[in-house]
Design a protein around this ligand. Structure first.
Ligand SMILES: CCCCCCCC/C=C\CCCCCCCC(=O)N[C@@H](CC(N)=O)C(=O)O
Length: 667
């Protein structure tokens, strides 16, 4: 047998089996084919992975909003930066702490409101800013645009803060630290609220005050909503602001285009291998659930302890919950796009992994799990936040109680979460106290102008950072506004390293003077960039050049209309009048409705440099191209029917101002 084997080895030494087996030639060939096929597949896979990594494209394409290369910022001398920082320091000194839904610091909140009015006097006094107190303490502002816009937006922030927690752990007083120079040589504004969320309240106010002082009334109307109880879920503040705002929008014939609230931030060094900061925009938000855990046992003398006490039973349940986490949902929510958008900026090795998530999603999910921060984007989290039992050291208590706070991933559902809780804490009573569901995902494709406005504004202050959409892992007031718009973004441009993220609700909350200055500039640029997408109500006017006026008049003459307008010196004309007249006489006869100004800039981003000062396309284009050619019976997405024009508007009854073509706003 041994001999036979060795002779076989000699005879078959050139075969792929190296002559070590007794296979027939056919089997050997088959094995060879299989082995080579496997090798070829592996080589092809490796090649595909490398090619994919080498050809990764940037997913975010920046839309030109008009001032990309040379954005004009607020003036920011050293003195101005210092004064702005000092105002944030002062804001932090108000202890506007929300302890619970029924324990808010209302006196401090009243004082904080007075403080805002004192340090931003001009905006509170401005003709185009209207302030409405909501539920006494929350604040809603309407900033009237120069155009009668149909698509205002909302900027949100909140004025309350969480308690400081363990005061002794703070390096500086959480409400009275001022500006501190730290060992890295940077100046920081310290204190509770520095990044959550008084920087946003003050940043928005600074930008608006500046615009008011410099007579920069925006073209586009917008709203500002400051809640006073966000930290306890906003039921008294944002929820009420939302109700009033809905009514205001309705009364003004407006629809909220988008809203921006606090949320995610600029984050660096969060994923090893991605060496650029990420502008992480929260395009969706987790749901939320509070679960009560109750365990029971015998109440006995501590000298004869039971085999299992209520505390022991509860502790086991809680430990199981921490050990057996809620399942990963990686790939089923916005977290996958966070990584796909970040991938082109990774090292080549990481590009191979992130560029090929179809192959490596398991690996990536395991890697995310290594840090609680990155893990939070891929699963429902479980935090045990309260644990109570016992009254005396020699009494074994009969009751033990704990509270678990879940943040629910958008692809998870509450029933499944609770089922796993009950499996983990099987000898504990598990009761759902309160919850709300995860949000919808707001659109973040490259043609969504609100997303572009937010990202462009962030890029203007952080030009080296890369935008990524993602999941807001905590909660905001945006839940209360979900009926007003489907474009909800959660972001402020605070710069965080992983260790800084722990400062939210943690110890030594702070923001550097430098970053705070960027926060202010961000809101200012956002107010400017938002003017790019003004959708104008049908009663708006258009600027026309003198030669265009001639042309208008010719049309009017042909129509036998006796125009009271015979003066072409000036350059304004109510468009609605001309449009209607032309409509009646057009070859494309129609009985339907007026041509409406906002129909014309259907693709406003195509040539923004041609915009007139009013933010409208040149009226020449309207006349020569769109006007006659426009199929008037067609329904345009942004077109309002004639019926929605003010009923009492007499198109031919011109005021003296109109006759000289001066500006006129039709209410
Ligand atoms: C690949 C990138 C991974 C990035 C991981 C980022 C991990 C982020 C971790 C922490 C986020 C801190 C969020 C601050 C939230 C501020 C809002 C807040 O405190 N809200 C409260 C109150 C409420 N409305 O419910 C909350 O409890 O969520």
């Amino acid at each position: 047998m041994m001999r036979k084997h060795s002779s076989h080895i000699e005879a078959g030494s050139s075969s792929c089996c190296s002559g070590t087996c007794y296979c027939s030639k056919k089997v050997k060939v088959t094995i060879c084919v299989v082995i080579w096929t496997v090798i070829a597949v592996i080589v092809a896979l490796i090649l595909a992975v490398i090619i994919k990594a080498a050809t990764l494209q940037e997913l975010f394409e920046r839309m030109e909003l008009g001032a990309r290369d040379d954005p004009v910022f607020m003036s920011a001398t050293e003195q101005e930066i210092l004064e702005r920082s000092q105002r944030l320091v002062d804001a932090i000194s108000y202890r506007t702490i929300s302890f619970s839904g029924t324990n808010l610091s209302l006196e401090a909140m009243t004082d904080f409101g007075t403080f805002l009015e004192r340090v931003f006097p001009n905006l509170h006094d401005s003709d185009f800013v209207t302030f409405t107190p909501i539920n006494t303490y929350s604040r809603l502002y309407r900033i009237e645009g120069t155009e009668k816009t149909l698509n205002p937006y909302l900027l949100c922030a909140h004025m309350d803060v969480v308690p400081e927690g363990d005061f002794d752990l703070w390096t500086h007083d959480p409400f009275d630290a001022g500006i501190v120079t730290e060992s890295d040589g940077q100046d920081y504004i310290f204190g509770r609220g520095a990044i959550d969320d008084k920087h946003a309240v003050l940043g928005i106010m600074e930008a608006l005050e500046y615009k008011v002082v410099n007579k920069e009334q925006p073209k586009r109307t917008f709203y500002i909503g400051f809640g006073h109880d966000e930290e306890v879920s906003g039921y008294l503040g944002a929820a009420e602001i939302s109700i009033t705002l809905e009514k205001m929008l309705k009364d003004n014939g407006e629809e909220l285009d988008f809203l921006l609230d606090e949320g995610m931030f600029v984050v660096a060094d969060i994923i090893p291998g991605i060496n650029v900061p990420l502008i992480y925009i929260g395009v969706a938000e987790k749901g939320w659930a509070v679960v009560d855990l109750d365990a029971e046992g015998d109440q006995v003398h501590s000298s004869t302890p039971p085999l299992e006490s209520s505390i022991g039973i509860l502790a086991h349940g809680v430990a199981n919950m921490e050990d057996n986490k809620q399942p990963s949902m990686f790939g089923k929510g916005p977290e996958i796009d966070t990584l796909r958008y970040a991938a082109p900026h990774a090292t080549f090795l990481l590009k191979m992994i992130l560029g090929n998530l179809w192959l490596f999603s398991g690996l990536v999910s395991s890697a995310l799990e290594l840090s609680s921060q990155t893990d939070s984007i891929q699963r429902t989290t479980t935090a045990v936040t309260i644990f109570n039992a016992g009254v005396k050291e020699n009494v074994v208590p009969s009751q033990a109680h704990a509270v678990v706070n879940h943040r629910i991933h958008p692809s998870d559902n509450l029933e499944d979460v609770l089922e796993l809780d009950r499996e983990n804490a099987d000898r504990v009573k598990v009761t759902l106290r309160d919850s709300f569901p995860p949000s919808e995902v707001s659109s973040y494709s490259n043609d969504v102008i609100p997303f572009q406005i937010v990202v462009n504004s962030a890029l203007e202050v952080f030009p080296d950072a890369k935008p990524v959409p993602g999941l807001m892992v905590a909660n905001t007031d945006t839940f209360h506004y979900k009926n007003l718009t489907d474009k909800i973004y959660r972001f402020t441009p605070v710069y965080n390293l992983p260790e800084d993220i722990a400062r939210f609700h943690g110890i030594d909350e702070r923001i550097s003077v430098d970053i705070y200055s960027k926060v202010v500039q961000f809101y200012y640029r956002l107010m400017v960039n938002a003017d790019f997408d003004v959708k104008i109500a049908p009663t708006a006017q258009v600027e026309v050049k003198p030669e265009e006026v001639e042309e208008f008049l010719e049309i009017l003459e042909e129509s036998d209309y006796e125009s009271p307008i015979n003066n072409t010196d000036s350059n304004l004309l109510p468009l609605t009048k001309v449009m209607e007249e032309s409509d009646e006489n057009s070859a494309n006869e129609t009985d339907s409705h007026l041509m409406i100004l906002q129909d014309i800039p259907e693709e406003p981003n195509e040539n923004p440099s041609n915009e007139t000062d009013s933010g409208l396309p040149p009226s020449q284009d309207i006349l020569e191209e769109d006007f006659d050619a426009m199929p008037v019976n067609e329904t345009y997405s942004d077109m309002l029917p004639l019926e929605s024009a003010p009923k009492d508007l007499d198109l031919y009854d011109l005021t003296p101002e109109e006759e000289t073509f001066s500006n006129r706003t039709i209410d």
